[in-house]
Every structure is written in structure tokens, then in C-alpha cells.
Design a protein. Structure first.
Length: 161
């Protein structure tokens, strides 16, 4: 757990496994060692439960839901919708008049636009091997942030102002 090369997600997974192992009979002779390990704790996120009526279907395929909507001055309307549309309808009832289903594309696009020069900055060794690369070799690794930490922090500070 103290290995600096251990990725954060793997560190959390190991920590959770140690917490489960502490209480088992098979590990009771090692319990004193497990108690000495530095365990991680993560704050729980806010959970939102959205309920919908599943549309009966035959065979496999995308799950569809029955959505009953009531617009002011109109008769009730029943439509068949996807889970994404059901979620958008839920938040519309909560007062959010606009929404987008983008599978994270909105955030990755904003990140790319706001951090483009940092993403492709010079001075990071061994991340560009040829001129035909679409992205740096460390992009999906934990060293991406470490290699650009000061530049990323400075950009976040300038965006925060």
C-alpha cells in the first residue's frame, strides 16, 4: 500500500480487500500485521435513485421505460423512453430545464480545450516518439499528472479566478 508506483485505484482496491480480510478466520494469525497497514477511506457520494416502469419486451435489447408526463394545460402523455431520457425527465421535474446525454464527452471535450497546450507540452521526456502520435504516451497513466503537475495546478488556479 505504500508503494509509490501503485496506482490510486489499485491502492484503494487493496485497502478495501485488507479491510475485508481483517475480519476473516483464515487471516486471524496475520491480523496484527493487517492492523498496522495504512488503510484508505473514501467519502461516500450523494446517491440519487430514479425509479421508472420497465417496458415489457421480448428478447434481448436495450431496456426501455414507460414515462408518463403531464404538461401544463395538456392531457397526460405516455411515452416509451431510454434510461437516459428517464434520467433527463427526472431532473427536469427537479427544476433543471436543460440536460445532455453525452457519456462524459462534454467533460473530456472541455478538458481538451482548456488543457490542450499542457496535454502536448514540450519538456516531458519519452511521451512523444514520432510526429504521427495523436496523444502523449503517458495520457492514461498515473504519471501524466505528475509529469505536468505544476502546469496543471497553475491552469486550474487561473480558471478558478
Amino acid at each position: 500500500l505504500l508503494d509509490p508506483f501503485l496506482r490510486p485505484g489499485h491502492r484503494l482496491g487493496l485497502s478495501q480487500r485488507v479491510q475485508r480480510m481483517k475480519d476473516t478466520q483464515a487471516c486471524r494469525k496475520f491480523k496484527h500485521l493487517l492492523l498496522e497497514l495504512p488503510l484508505l477511506s473514501v467519502d461516500d457520494v450523494t446517491h440519487v435513485t430514479i425509479k421508472g416502469k420497465l417496458c415489457p419486451q421480448t428478447g434481448m435489447g436495450k431496456s426501455m421505460f414507460i414515462l408518463e408526463s403531464q404538461m401544463e394545460g395538456a392531457e397526460p402523455l405516455t411515452v416509451v423512453c431510454s434510461v437516459e431520457e428517464l434520467a433527463l425527465a427526472h431532473y427536469k421535474q427537479q427544476g433543471f430545464d436543460q440536460g445532455i446525454h453525452g457519456e462524459g464527452s462534454t467533460f473530456t471535450t472541455l478538458y481538451g480545450l482548456l488543457m490542450w497546450d499542457i496535454l502536448f507540452m514540450d519538456g516531458v521526456p519519452d511521451v512523444f516518439r514520432n510526429s504521427y502520435q495523436a496523444f502523449p504516451l503517458d495520457l492514461h497513466t498515473s504519471s501524466f499528472y505528475k509529469n505536468r503537475q505544476s502546469a496543471i495546478e497553475a491552469r486550474l488556479q487561473s480558471l478558478h479566478r
